[in-house]
Design a binder for this molecule. Structure first.
Ligand code: MG
Length: 389
């Protein structure tokens, strides 16, 4: 498994937006732009390069648990070089360098960049063709510039760490607007991967408005049907009571006069929810991914199953929007643990707790849950996925 580090460059003063502070700390659809950008890369170790004097802004935007920022330099490339130097002790295999001002980068673009590096590329950059006709002023006249072969470079730009660190050290004096330019000076080959129009660089106030409109699409708040689709699926699970003094439900240990029988921790709530999430991407069921015959999953905590299903959704460029679990049992009483269960599921899925619902019911003494032979759980998950043609 290759070791990948993320370097986010957030050192700009952002003067072109006309806003009071640096743009990367400004709210974008309710969240600081830098935080939105960093959240997309939450699966990898990440460091952020900030401008001198931006510590307080950084802490406010990123929260108390954020990794220590790296203080950048005068130009973007100085900031990147200082960021790479700060990573040198860890010496990851690859580094992805990304602009904080591209908060709409998708996991699909990140995955393509990483895939190119893991396939052996020295460098990889998301690119898009130029659709508009290009013209250049030549004295008083305009000259049309042939756009054949012209491409627009985005970020993240991925490189073998040692190569790009050396390139930045060797060419610290050159002028470069991105890291591919530095790589070129060092003679490093860089592969193109497919970029995305949505991965725009937020520079002006108009860009903020456009990005917020796109996030509206992404959040499903407006007519985004052309870009994304929303899917719901359900899951169901039941486990039998056995000897014990606690049960695991929705990731929370609940004291009880019985335990639950099962190969893993028998958390029917998380099993039902895992199946619901898998159902949204038609990825089979929990038993296919984690066979009960596999010794690895004996006694396993079920959050691992849910986390796996969540990753599969993210790998498709999707996101979980909401989940709703109903626990069906006479005992134990769920009410006292309901908020802890919501909080735990929200934590496992990195979701706002408002997007997590846990409910409970009995079957009025009827059936196997009524006879207290075991308990059952139902779940519905809703995910957003990139639209398919
Ligand atoms: Mg189960």
């Amino acid at each position: 498994m290759s070791r990948i580090a993320i370097l986010i460059v957030a050192a700009g003063k952002g003067e072109r937006t006309g806003r009071a502070g640096p743009k990367q700390y400004e709210p974008l659809a309710g969240r600081p732009m830098l935080r939105r950008t960093a959240d997309v890369f939450s699966d990898w170790p990440l460091r952020v390069v900030i401008g001198p004097g931006q510590d307080a802004l950084y802490r406010t935007a990123m929260g108390a648990d954020a990794p220590a920022p790296i203080i950048g330099g005068a130009r973007r490339q100085d900031s990147v070089r200082l960021g790479l130097e700060a990573l040198a002790d860890d010496a990851p295999d690859f580094v992805l360098i990304h602009d904080a001002a591209r908060p709409l980068v998708s996991r699909a673009v990140i995955a393509r960049t990483i895939a190119a590096l893991e396939a052996g590329a020295t460098g990889a950059v998301p690119m898009l063709p130029v659709a508009d006709t290009l013209r250049r002023k030549d004295g008083d006249a305009w000259i049309t510039v042939p756009r054949d072969g012209l491409l627009r470079a985005q970020t993240p730009q991925g490189f073998r760490f040692a190569d790009i660190l050396k390139a930045h050290r060797d060419h610290a004096g050159a002028d470069a607007t991105d890291d591919v330019a530095i790589a070129e000076l060092a003679g490093l080959a860089v592969d193109a991967v497919l970029g995305e129009e949505e991965n725009l660089k937020v520079t002006t106030e108009k860009d903020f408005a456009l990005a917020e409109r796109l996030l509206g699409f992404l959040d499903g708040r407006s007519a985004g049907a052309a870009l994304h689709e929303t899917r719901s699926a359900m899951g169901y699970d039941a486990h039998r009571f056995t000897d014990g003094d606690h049960v695991w439900l929705c990731g929370v240990q609940v004291p009880h006069d019985h335990g639950l029988e099962g190969h893993s921790d028998a958390d029917a709530g998380l099993h039902a929810l895992t199946d619901a999430v898998l159902g949204c991407i038609s990825a089979g069921d929990i038993g296919q991914h984690f066979p009960p015959t596999d010794e690895r999953w004996r006694g396993a905590p079920s959050w691992k199953f849910l986390d796996h299903a969540h990753r599969l959704v993210k790998d498709k460029g999707g996101a979980i929007l909401h989940c709703d679990v109903t626990l069906i049992c006479e005992r134990p009483k769920i009410g006292p643990h309901r908020e802890a269960m919501r909080a735990r599921i929200a934590e496992i899925l990195s979701l706002d707790i408002e997007r997590v619902s846990v409910k409970a019911t009995t079957t009025e003494g009827m059936g196997y849950t009524g006879r207290r032979e075991g308990l059952a759980a139902q779940a519905v998950a809703t995910v957003r996925l990139p639209a398919r043609d």
